[in-house]
Design a protein around this ligand. Structure first.
Ligand code: ATP
Length: 290
């Protein structure tokens, strides 16, 4: 079954484009990544899915039901973590979470405690005493406390330190093993790669690619920079090397291919420093979609 089905979905904000003719299907049990640079249309797509805004044309279905017409019904099965969270600051964390839980027809007390323990969130603090990262944790508990069938996350990791991010990802993996489908929006390729089975790439309001993560990984470029005294460009004129640029004592290039070939070339030189990093999404877009 498709948990999310988006057909020819278009949204204009007055004259300005949000998304254009988006088509997507997310199957039950998938962890689906939705990646694209700032302003690409990720939040717009999510707001349309949640029935928070109306489409200009096209439709979005959740669990086979129209996102607008059946909004209140389908939203009970959705856990949503927005990118920005605003709270009534004077409340205590536990009071806010109990209030959120009151919208669902089940007892969420146990789950609130479990997730707060995992995320190390103090339930007795006042919201306005919390740091940005701790407020984010409140949002996580709020999104997951009712054991939703579909979890929609809009750039969820901002403000979490690496340890907390790992705990959060483990929590999401457990939710997925329990049967939840996850729709994960991000502009950070590495976190999408760690978590997701399949990804859609959105750019300037349109889907440019839907790929499984394995394919994306195989197609992935490395961005390599080498610093040394007697570097020669010829050493790196190999298959799979592009954008080879030499500036004073530094050589930079992109590489895609057998990693052993490039490590051999790197070990043949007298280097002072080497960095190998993931290209930014924008750089990947440049290579894939020029
Ligand atoms: N309320 C609005 N009014 C007018 N234009 C909007 C509105 N919300 C979004 N947009 C425009 O729609 C486009 C898509 O924005 P959206 O927020 O969906 O992108 P995003 O991929 O979520 O980006 P970010 O990562 O920066 O949140 C952008 O050009 C944005 O300026």
């Amino acid at each position: 079954m498709n948990v999310i089905e988006i057909k020819n979905l278009t949204k204009y904000y007055g004259g300005s484009l949000g998304i254009n003719d988006v088509n997507l299907e997310v199957k039950e049990g998938e962890i689906f990544g939705f990646i694209g640079p700032n302003g690409a249309g990720k939040s717009t797509t999510i707001r349309l899915l949640l029935g928070l805004i109306y489409p200009t044309s096209g439709e979005a279905k959740l669990f086979g039901k129209d996102a607008i017409e059946f909004g209140p019904e389908v939203r009970k099965d959705i856990g949503y973590l927005p990118s920005e969270i605003f709270y009534y600051d004077k409340m205590k964390v536990i009071d806010l979470l109990n209030y959120s839980a009151s919208f669902y027809d089940k007892d969420c007390t146990k789950r609130i405690k479990e997730i707060s323990n995992i995320m190390e969130l103090d339930l007795n603090r006042r919201i306005d005493d919390l740091s940005y990262g701790n407020k984010k944790k409140v949002g996580i508990v709020q999104g997951l406390l009712h054991e939703p069938k579909l979890i929609i996350l809009d750039e969820p990791t901002g403000g979490l330190d690496p340890l907390m991010q790992q705990k959060f990802f483990n929590l999401l993996k457990e939710e997925n093993e329990r049967g939840a489908t996850i729709f994960f929006s991000s502009h950070i390729l590495s976190e999408v790669q760690e978590l997701c089975n399949r990804v859609a790439i959105i750019k300037e309001g349109s889907i440019v690619e839907v790929e499984d993560i394995q394919t994306l990984r195989e197609n992935n470029y490395k961005k390599i920079a080498v610093v040394g005294d007697d570097l020669s460009k010829e050493t790196f004129e190999l298959d799979g090397v592009t954008e080879l640029i030499q500036e004073e004592d530094e050589l930079t290039f992109f590489y895609k291919g057998d990693i052993n070939l490039i490590t051999k070339a790197l070990s043949s030189i007298d280097a002072k420093d080497i960095t190998i990093e993931e290209p930014t999404l924008e750089e990947i877009f440049m290579h894939y979609y020029e």
